[in-house]
Design a protein around this ligand. Structure first.
Ligand SMILES: [Zn+2]
Length: 427
């Protein structure tokens, strides 16, 4: 052996030892991989550093691997939340909160909410815009990336873009009050171009548009279309040139169709979707994030909130139609996924109640789990590395007690969380 070869050999040996020291084997009663129709019993997952290298029943566990036997649990891919606003946390007084709190305070609350989501099993989160004039979540993402804090993988929009008087312009104050809106107010194509460029400049990797009126804002109607077709087209065109996708809040069928035709990647809510919109979404491969549980949350958990009366009344009135419409979209094969609209407000474990809503609308429990893992990874453009427990994927893995296929509420009781191969919660 020449000196060079000997030196190389030593380096390689060292590298191998480094890797094997980071090897972990997870054992469990059951495993759902996010892709197969059936679970695997008595499963082993072998993780090397950040990456899954083997999954199955008969896996040879190398002696160097640290074995974590989780017993009577189900292992699943980390849950992926497609519609979060982690800076919003005051459900009773939503119309005014953004006027009372500084951007710095909201950012700290968002950090707290995101850390709670990770402990509840949500390993990736898409922010659907925030009620904040600055870019707090983008700063949090930077701090996560630099290792100052541990939190879910983050993507999303700094703000929701809305027309004057739209869902991003909320408050009950008189016209004499000159105030800063909760969202980013945009009127006309020139302002739209500027807004999209500004969002991207400061770290938004999605653009969020409020294409129709909303449930939670003060004076608008979710059945009305707010942005013009030209405004939406300009937003999509401008974002596309920066490789940034667009998510469109849209309740009315006309708003959904306008946004889908313009080329958005996902429709948020979709409450009054009709057959033509369903066909169009199926044809274009547009994702639908219906955020169904938040209506029940307001109906059942928030009582006596004058500021939220519109949200509560609309949720009660439209629930049967909304669930039937989403059921049609599911049966037609539209890519319906899991997003809650709830992060920051509710107990983090409540977010998993969204899965039960999708099952009520027509999914099987396995379909709902795949929607909240593999399909959301596809929505994010991350399906080459996340969303399933398969060799080659990054190790974002959770465990719940019991069997979520027979009792979906098991997802509210996450006992183990691994993020990027690192254990961040253990029984
Ligand atoms: Zn939202």
């Amino acid at each position: 052996m020449s000196r060079t070869t000997r030196w190389l050999f030593v380096v390689l040996l060292f590298a191998t030892q480094q890797t094997t020291a980071d090897m972990i084997a997870l054992r469990s009663e059951q495993l759902i991989d996010g892709r197969s129709d059936k679970p695997i019993s008595n499963a082993v997952v072998l993780i090397d550093n950040t990456t899954i290298i083997a999954v199955g029943q008969d896996i040879d566990i190398p002696p160097v691997a640290k074995v974590i036997d989780l017993g009577f649990v189900t292992l699943l891919p980390g849950m992926i939340e497609a519609h979060a606003h982690t800076m919003m946390h005051e459900e009773n007084d939503y119309q005014y909160t953004h006027l009372k709190e500084s951007s710095a305070y909201k950012t700290l609350r968002s950090l707290y909410a995101l850390q709670g989501l990770l402990q509840a099993g949500w390993t990736s989160v898409r922010i659907a815009g925030e009620a904040d004039v600055y870019y707090g979540d983008q700063a949090i993402r930077q701090a996560f990336d630099e290792g100052y804090f541990t939190g879910p993988r983050l993507t999303g929009a700094g703000h929701y873009l809305s027309i004057t008087g739209g869902g991003g312009d909320i408050n009950y104050l008189s016209p004499e009050q000159s105030i800063v809106a909760d969202g980013y107010i945009v009127n006309g194509v020139a302002e739209m171009r500027e807004a999209v460029r500004r969002e991207i400049k400061f770290g938004s990797d999605w653009i969020k548009l409020l294409v129709t009126g909303a449930f939670m804002s003060a004076n608008d109607n979710p059945r009305n279309v707010h942005f013009s077709e030209q405004e939406v087209r300009v937003a999509v065109e401008e974002a596309r040139r920066h490789d940034v996708p667009v998510m469109a809040h849209a309740h009315s069928a006309e708003g959904i169709k306008l946004a889908v035709r313009a080329g958005v990647r996902s429709i948020e809510h979709g409450s009054f979707i009709d057959d033509e919109a369903i066909r169009l979404m199926k044809k274009n491969g547009t994702f639908l994030v219906p955020t169904m549980y938040i209506g029940d949350y307001y109906l059942n958990e928030i009582t006596n909130s004058p500021a939220q009366q519109k949200m509560i009344e609309l949720s009660r009135e439209t629930r049967p139609e909304f669930f039937a419409n989403i059921g049609k979209a599911i049966r037609a094969g539209v890519k319906v996924t899991v997003g809650t609209d709830l992060a920051g407000m509710a107990n983090p474990s409540y977010l998993a109640r969204e899965f039960a809503m999708l099952i009520e609308a027509g999914m099987t429990p396995m379909q709902a789990i795949q929607a909240g893992t593999r399909v959301n990874a596809e929505l994010f453009g991350w399906d080459d590395r996340l969303g399933t427990i398969e060799p080659g994927r990054l190790a974002d893995i959770i465990a719940v007690e019991g069997d979520p296929l027979t009792d979906i509420s098991a997802l509210e009781r996450v006992v183990f969380v691994m993020l990027n191969g690192e254990v961040v919660k253990q029984p």
